[in-house]
Design a protein around this ligand. Structure first.
Ligand code: ATP
Length: 973
């Protein structure tokens, strides 16, 4: 997401100075685009000579260097005109500038169009090269190219997908060179499916590329494969070695029987039936029956043992996995969707359990029986035994390539399935928003894309799984027939007796059934193997450094009297700095406000201070001791954080508060609830503190939930209270009440409060203003106002809006209205009338205020909350254009007749808005407009347009402004 440009609205001076600042960058961007267009034109499609990699890299570097210049694009709106909407639909990677660069690259490579894999991969690959990084994915992640391409083309890729695409591009360049890579890109851009494009460009099917790609990756610590899986299972079973020995005994008995049976059959025929020896026949039959009984009992014992051992050992694994999950770093976990994580620890684990309990023991049995049968075969006749070993070995070895494909296909299917699960979960959660936005059709389309990917993946998975089993079966039958034929020939030549041939038939049946059984179980084992690989790649991630105790933990000061941030930088995704060289030193306790536009890094500071993440350079210190050297438990109990998210745990109110300090008694819990001003409400409930809050706390209101979260924080009695827009998700009334409670609680301690509303700032001891990840200004309210910088601008914008004590009403001053460029030239008396007609509208988070393409009839000014302005992209996804904050306005198109609104405006948080309809404005403000004034207003609207929308739309409106479109006219007009 681009840094929000709250200043999209503001003083005309600001607008012009910003425009001055941006002009050169836009020009830079334009010239780059024109350059790239010229180059693209210079290469006729189809016969185009592929540029070499060095050239492409040079161009990419140029594009990346202009990344800063591209920063102005979302506002200047020229990007859409140059590149049809595609770059706006990449919120998955959160960086529009990169998306624009990516488009540039795709064009330079001559493969612009609906091309996911190469366009995304090329950019990611070049970024990684630029950062001097090696391949960042494990071998187990190189799978599912088709799905990867589909997702990236549809703008539905996850962060990990771009990384995989980047790695794939690296592989393609190394193995096939830039010409073939670009050939692939062009075929894809021409609309060929990946498989066909891959055949055209490289002569191989996509599945082969996938396999080669997987093999190109170095074997890392996750050196996956059957051997590693086998070692892992042995390690898991080690604590239960005694039981394992008993099981092995049971298996050996069965194998022994399998070995003896053909020998006894040989005896029956050659020494009993042929010479008519009744005693030998009776003895041998008794042996066969006795052996069968013993072997059957051993089999039952093995079943019992396995069903005891499997779940026990698997529970150990589940426990270790859960422990690891609790400790994994957020940066690593951020690569996965929550549903993916759930499926790793549930269904994937289940697949491993079924492998451990049924597949592996049964395969082990079959294997041991096969070995026993082979030993018997050698005892009967070594010629035939040698032929059997060779033929059976070859038949098991032949389909190994198919097995590798099957592993990848299983992997791809699982991952496609978990994406579909995540999508369905999100749809269920967001159903009210989906209906409100009327985007069911769009979601249906996305669902169809998921289903299509699943269909392809499932087909490959089933086909390859079945084929692997069947091919092995065919090969085994062939081997059996060949051995029998050999036996018959040898018998005819008198080399072996007919009893040996009969015994061999039994032996071959035994061997065949064992090998078939192994082949059949193989797909289950492959599935379990890929599940294990997925679990491993999750759990082998780095652990959260805050759970990693320092060698000599230092105590936390009581009280902490100083905090210092020294040149702190941080990045979430590793591709840009989200916090850039922040330095600050201040004595404590103090009340500190962190303010600035959305996305400027305020919450990140709190995340670093609470050690949710650690800085990548620089450090934070309390009383001169780096927080990484402090005793992490003591640090965590010295700090409490309250943020917007007030989701509760399923359980009672008492349980939820007590989570703040598990050792707290009931009296302390109640005291905390009293301080959070929720005690009386709790007592008014029939079950009091034992009232169940429901899933996520849905049985309580947002304000009540937030008070419970505050009570939980108070129970820790923290020295430092971190408030991250703690009241932003509440309605206006609850916000006012809870802000009062928080002010009361924070009076005695250090409070760091991230806030968008500056009303509380004058009472703060220190205000830190953030902009683009940097600390732009610090000081008290008065100092910052005198400095006339960012804070001054924000304050000027917000201070003109007043919210009533009750939180229900709002007002804007005449000066505030005058700051809106549209009203810059409106006469004072008209402005007063506009002010009088403004209505207060309160809306919930998620409400759509203006729908893209609709003929909106209201103009809005934000008094509280945040509104997101977005456009529907070519893929149907919403591309966020701008985050509008307090003092910003939207809906100015409503003031022009018959102009469809170019964006969708949706409340991100509960909002209080001041609104005026077009009719009201016509009534009060344009009764006797002179044409000069009218055109000034039109110009102001066009100027806002230019900042916010794409150039194409801006041009259309400009034309309308000159032609048919007219400002609202009063009766006299
Ligand atoms: N978990 C995350 N993973 C990746 N990027 C993130 C994550 N959280 C924040 N960011 C990015 O880091 C940057 C700073 O975010 P941060 O939340 O600190 O901003 P902020 O000023 O608190 O914004 P807001 O006022 O909207 O909460 C933004 O560009 C944001 O997109």
């Amino acid at each position: 997401m681009p840094p929000a440009q709250g200043a999209a609205v503001g003083h005309p001076d600001d607008a012009s100075s910003r425009a001055r600042r941006r002009r050169p960058t836009n020009l830079g961007h334009r010239s780059l685009m024109e350059n790239s267009k010229r180059r693209a034109r210079a290469w006729p499609r189809g016969k185009r000579a592929a540029p070499d990699l060095a050239w492409l890299e040079l161009a990419a570097r140029q594009a990346l260097e202009t990344r800063d210049n591209v920063a102005a694009i979302p506002e200047s709106g020229c990007a859409n005109a140059l590149f049809p909407a595609r770059h706006t639909d990449t919120p998955a990677h959160g960086d529009r500038q990169l998306a624009v660069v990516q488009d540039v690259l795709a064009r330079l490579a001559g493969c612009s169009g609906d091309n996911g894999l190469v366009a995304h991969g090329l950019l990611q690959h070049l970024l990684a090269r630029r950062g001097g990084e090696a391949a960042r994915i494990g071998r187990s992640e190189a799978y599912g190219l088709e799905g990867l391409n589909q997702r990236l083309s549809a703008g539905m890729g996850e962060t990990g997908d771009a990384m995989r695409a980047g790695d794939f591009i690296g592989f393609m360049l190394n193995r096939y060179g830039p010409a073939r890579l670009l050939g692939l890109a062009r075929e894809l851009a021409a609309g060929l499916p990946l498989d066909a494009a891959s055949r055209m460009a490289t002569g191989h099917p996509a599945a082969m590329l996938e396999l080669q790609w997987a093999h190109s990756l170095p074997r890392d610590s996750l050196s996956h494969g059957m051997r590693a899986f086998g070692r892992w299972i042995l390690a898991m079973l080690r604590p239960y070695w005694a039981l394992c020995l008993l099981l092995a005994g049971g298996l050996l008995i069965q194998a022994f029987y399998a070995m003896l049976m053909p020998i006894w059959l040989h005896r029956l025929f050659d020494h009993g039936i042929t010479p008519h020896r009744t005693d030998v026949v009776e003895q041998t039959l008794a042996l066969l029956a006795g052996g069968f009984l013993v072997s059957a009992c051993a089999g039952i014992a093995v079943d019992l043992g396995v069903s005891t051992l499997g779940p026990r050992a698997l529970n150990d694994v589940r426990e270790r996995a859960f422990d690891r999950l609790l400790a994994l770093s957020f940066r690593h976990l951020g690569r996965y969707k929550s549903t993916t994580l759930v499926s790793r620890l549930t269904s994937d684990m289940h697949a491993i359990e079924s492998a451990t309990i049924s597949i592996i023991p049964s395969m082990a049995l079959k294997l041991v029986m096969a070995l026993g049968a082979l030993a018997a075969a050698v005892a009967l006749d070594w010629h035939m035994a040698l032929a059997t070993v060779l033929l059976f070995g070859a038949s098991m070895w032949a389909p190994r390539r198919l097995t590798q494909y099957a592993v990848l296909a299983t992997h791809a299917r699982k991952s496609t399935e978990s994406r579909l699960t995540a999508f369905i979960k999100e749809t269920i959660q967001m159903l009210p928003v989906i209906r409100a936005l009327d985007i069911s059709g769009h979601r249906r389309e996305q669902h169809r894309t998921h289903l299509q990917a699943l269909r392809t993946a499932a087909r490959r998975h089933h086909l390859l799984g079945e084929l692997t089993g069947r091919m092995t079966g065919f090969a085994l039958s062939g081997a059996q027939m060949a051995v029998i034929a050999l036996g018959a020939m040898l018998a005819l030549h008198g080399t072996v007796s007919s009893g040996v041939v009969v015994a061999y038939i039994g032996l071959l049946l035994e061997l065949g059934s064992a090998a078939n059984g192994i082949a059949e179980q193989l797909s289950g084992l492959i599935h379990a193997l890929s599940c294990w690989q997925r679990i491993e790649s999750l759990l082998q991630g780095p652990i959260d450094s805050s759970t990693d105790a320092p060698a000599l933990p230092k105590p936390v000061g009581e009280p902490i009297s100083r905090v210092s941030l020294s040149d702190v930088s941080f990045s979430y995704a590793g591709d840009r700095l989200d916090l850039d060289g922040v330095s600050l030193e201040t004595p404590l306790p103090r009340r500190i406000a962190l303010v600035g536009p959305s996305g400027s890094g305020k919450s990140t500071v709190l995340n670093l201070m609470s050690r949710t993440y650690d800085a990548i350079s620089g450090g934070i210190a309390f009383d001169g001791i780096d927080i990484r050297d402090l005793d992490s438990r003591a640090l965590k109990s010295a700090i409490a954080m309250v943020n917007q998210d007030n989701t509760l745990f399923d359980g009672s109110i008492r349980y939820n508060i007590r989570l703040g300090r598990l050792s707290a008694g009931d009296t302390e819990v109640e005291q905390a609830a009293r301080t959070a001003e929720i005690h009386d409400f709790i007592l008014s409930l029939p079950q009091g503190y034992d009232t169940e809050v429901g899933e996520g706390g849905r049985l309580l209101s947002g304000g009540q939930r937030q008070r419970i979260v505050i009570a939980r924080a108070i129970l820790r009695d923290p020295q430092i209270l971190l408030l991250d827009e703690a009241t932003a998700s509440l309605d206006a009334e609850a916000e006012v009440a809870i802000s009062r409670t928080l002010a009361h609680i924070g009076a005695r301690r250090t409070v760091l409060s991230v806030t968008h509303r500056l009303a509380s700032c004058p009472a703060m001891d220190l205000i830190c203003v953030f902009r683009n990840g940097r600390l732009a200004e610090t000081g008290t309210h008065d100092e910052l106002l005198q400095r006339r910088g960012t804070y001054h601008d924000l304050w000027e914008k917000q201070s003109q809006i007043e919210i009533a004590e009750s939180g229900k009403g709002a007002d804007i001053t005449l000066q505030g209205l005058r700051r809106i460029p549209l009203f810059a030239a409106t006469p004072a008396e008209d402005l007063e009338r506009i002010q009088g007609r403004l209505r207060v509208v309160e809306v919930q988070a998620g409400s759509v205020l203006i729908e893209e393409g609709s003929r909106a009839g209201n103009f809005y000014i934000i008094a509280r909350g945040e509104v997101e302005s977005s456009v529907r992209t070519s893929t149907g996804a919403a591309g966020v254009m701008e985050i509008l904050e307090i003092g910003d306005f939207f809906g100015e198109f409503a003031l022009l007749e018959d102009v469809p609104h170019p964006t969708t405006c949706r409340a991100r948080l509960p909002c209080l808005l001041l609104s005026i309809s077009r009719e009201d404005l016509q009534d009060v403000a344009s009764l006797d407009h002179s044409s000069a004034e009218q055109s000034a207003m039109e110009r102001a609207i066009a100027a806002t347009l230019d900042r916010r929308l794409d150039a194409k739309l801006a041009r259309t409106l400009e034309e309308r402004g000159r032609g048919s479109a007219r400002m609202p006219r009063g009766p006299a007009g």
